[in-house]
Write a protein that binds this ligand. Structure first.
Ligand code: ADP
Ligand code: MG
Length: 700
């Protein structure tokens, strides 16, 4: 079949490698199928007796599709996924082999956990870890293995992964949201699920060029690189024509994702040259998290097939935009209502307004938690860099909703402004209603019509942490609201009072203006909103008593688990910066200095040769003096950075080290880079030791 014919048949192969509802309905006895569906849709525990039947059906299906192995697929604290493959092979009598897969093997796995980060939760001698089947996310086949999504915990029950807390938080917000729905007289909804759509940004560069840069190979970003003559200033890349090589990659990627049931929907070019975005249709939060992991993995693999490398680093190139991930989040009741859909007259939709108030209060009260969910060494280069949301958390709700909330606070009736239509001015084109939440791209937490869009995440982040946090903090506020309203004699007046009070106390988190402006930083400070510019500043907040108590109350994390997570994240920050600093030294010593010396020699030879025939100094002499000055400074900067790395060994503990990285190492790296980049502008292309920005960004 030709590629195009294949494209036309999406529905035929969409999900063809997924053990999904259709396959289960076909292959499982009715009772077993219903039990699995109940678990999937209502979160009820699955009876052990059905596991054997499901396992066997899964195995038969997988083997028919060519699978030979199965793996428990999990999401340890590395932020990516892990897997260990076992074959279906079992020994049978007379030296024969049979293919076997039991319910026990489906439900529980025992990978050696000693090499995954645990942040001090467990000593290596307690290396045992367990993986437990997550029946709410479908198993699938990839590379001849049956992948079973699982949760990962230690022998003593501490959670070691990103999936478990997310699943717990979804359960918690379900319970609290149902309490609120009940207060509004809803008798049809029995479950509220968190829905998420994660838009993913990435860069594509040529593999041959990538291989020539140690910084890209070792750290995923360029540690050196002078600005090319052209960047993104012409804005000609955003939504621009997609180059053939890139569009072939996108088609291939879509196909691979569709086979795995990932709803890849939109592909387009992004703002920076060589930057692109993929947006999926939204789905249940934990499935969205699994799917985002698959998306990142397949982006990398598929790029290689096309001679390209997919960079998921938040800031692969200085001077052009970095890559983020937009986490679109909403709540969907199983009677079909999106709880964040305001309808045509939000002022009359008290239920919507109460959920909106809860989110406003949650984001205001727990802003540092949201900030730290996006904290990493890579993302620090992006947040607040006038291209991504600032490191200050605020909420955008648009002028209409702000008007509604103002009226509510003052107990007045809201009058909607009239004439909310765009007039396009061409008769043949329909006029369409103006989006009441016109798009503010600079806000970290924006209401976009019927969902909130959290925009601080870095492109390589797992979306699990932020959704765990949003679910938990909103559940906490919903539980406070429900506690109060359940006691009320007059529901509507209690409700209006509660909302007016909430708006008054928490509206300072609402900001509809330009989040990139300098004024906002000053204004946010006046409002008392925390500004945590780096990972080193943000992470210690994780352990604040008032946050820990909420996580403990809802049994999302224990204090020890939060401490271990903080430790892992800080440690990662420190290690990343250490690797980057060492890579810089290596490149500076072995590539940049030698290039500078070589060019110096060429120039000196020329000067001598010219003098020999009686021509004085001139351009070469001027240039060689300048070159020599910068080279000396570069050599000095190398020594400084080298010494800082040695000094960093004296830090006590990862928090102190993270501050040292932020205050001492990163600035020294920056100084070294500035000098190298200056050299790059004078040393000829033929002598420069690795591909430049021009080649990397424009020659694909
Ligand atoms: P933009 O780029 O303007 O933010 P897109 O249409 O590219 O908009 O992306 C919107 C994202 O929001 C998609 O991933 C979409 O699936 C997701 N989304 C839409 N509705 C919901 C919802 N109710 N809950 C969660 N995500 C949603
Ligand atoms: Mg978006």
């Amino acid at each position: 079949m030709s590629e195009t014919a294949k494209q036309q048949n999406i529905s035929e192969y969409f999900g063809c490698n997924v053990f999904n509802e259709t396959v289960m309905r076909d292959r499982l006895p009715k009772k077993v199928y219903e039990a699995v569906m109940k678990t999937k849709n209502l979160g009820t525990a699955l009876d052990n007796s059905v596991a054997d039947i499901v396992a066997n059906a899964m195995k038969d299906w997988a083997v028919e599709k060519g699978a030979t192995h199965y793996t428990h697929w999990f999401q340890p604290m590395t932020g990516i996924t892990a897997e260990k493959h076992d074959s279906f092979l079992s020994a049978a009598e007379n030296g024969k082999a049979i293919l076997d897969f039991s319910g026990k093997e489906l439900v529980k796995g025992e990978p050696d956990a000693s090499s995954f980060p645990s942040g001090g939760l467990r000593a290596t001698f307690e290396a045992r870890g367990y993986t437990a089947w997550d029946p709410t996310s479908n198993a699938f086949i990839k590379d001849n293995s049956l992948y079973i999504p699982t949760a990962f915990c230690s022998y003593t029950g501490e959670i070691l992964d990103k999936k478990t807390p997310l699943l717990r938080s979804m359960e918690v917000i379900n319970q609290q949201a149902l309490r609120i729905l009940k207060l509004f007289g809803n008798t049809t909804a029995t479950r509220v699920i968190t829905t998420v759509g994660a838009e993913q940004e990435y860069f594509l560069i040529d593999k041959k060029l990538f291989d020539q840069r140690k910084d890209l190979v070792l750290t995923g970003r360029t540690l050196f690189g002078a600005k090319p003559p052209k960047g993104q200033e012409l804005e000609d890349h955003y939504f621009g024509n997609i180059k053939k090589r890139v569009s072939d990659f996108m088609k291939d990627l879509d196909m691979e994702l569709w086979k795995l049931g990932v709803y890849a929907k939109t592909e387009h070019n992004e703002a920076a040259p060589a930057q692109h975005e993929l947006a999926p249709l939204f789905t249940t939060a934990n499935i969205a998290a699994d799917h985002n992991q698959l998306t990142m993995e397949l982006m990398k693999k598929t790029a290689l097939k096309h001679g390209l490398v997919c960079l998921l680093h938040e800031k692969p190139f200085a001077g052009v935009n970095g890559s983020g991930k937009h986490n679109n989040w909403s709540l969907l009741a199983n009677d079909g209502q999106n709880l964040l859909d305001p309808g045509d007259t939000p002022q009359e939709n008290l239920q919507f307004l109460l959920f909106l108030c809860a989110i406003i209060k949650a984001v205001h009260t727990y802003a540092p938690l949201l900030r730290l969910s996006a904290a990493s060494a890579g993302n620090d280069h992006r947040l607040g860099a006038n291209e991504a949301p600032p490191a200050i958390v605020s909420i955008f709700i648009g002028s209409n909703l702000e008007g509604v909330l103002n009226a509510l606070e003052k107990g007045k009736t809201y009058v909607a402004p009239t004439n909310q239509e765009f007039v396009i001015g061409v008769d043949a084109l329909p006029n369409f209603p103006k989006d009441t939440t016109d798009r503010n791209r600079t806000s970290p937490f924006a209401f976009t019509g019927n969902k909130f869009e959290y925009r601080m995440l870095g492109s390589s982040d797992s979306i699990s942490c932020v959704n765990t946090i949003i679910n938990t903090i909103v559940a906490q506020v919903l539980s406070e609201f429900a506690d109060e309203l359940e006691q009320a004699d007059n529901f509507e007046s209690a409700l209006r009072q509660l909302m007016a009070r909430t708006i008054k106390e928490h509206k300072s988190i609402i900001f509809n203006g330009n989040g990139y402006s300098e004024e906002w930083i000053a204004e946010a400070e006046r409002r008392g909103l925390p500004n945590l510019p780096t990972t080193a500043d943000a992470l210690p907040h994780y352990l604040k008593d008032e946050y820990v108590s909420v996580f403990e109350k809802f049994k999302i994390y224990t204090r020890a688990e939060i401490a271990s997570r903080t430790e892992i994240l800080l440690d990662n920050y420190n290690k990343v910066i250490n690797i980057e600093a060492l890579t810089m030294l290596d490149m500076a010593n072995k590539q940049i200095l030698p290039a500078a010396i070589k060019y110096t020699k060429e120039l000196c030879d020329t000067v001598i040769a010219k003098k020999a025939i009686g021509i004085e100094g001139g351009a070469e002499e001027k240039l060689v003096r300048r070159l020599s000055d910068i080279t000396n400074s570069l050599d000095e900067a190398i020594s400084v950075l080298n010494q800082k790395i040695i000094d960093s060994k004296n830090c006590n503990g990862s928090q102190e080290l993270s501050m040292f990285c932020k205050n001492e190492i990163l600035p020294s790296m920056q100084s070294l880079r500035a000098l190298a980049d200056e050299l790059e502008t004078i040393i000829p292309d033929t002598l420069w030791p690795f591909p430049t920005y021009l080649e990397l960004l424009f020659m694909i």
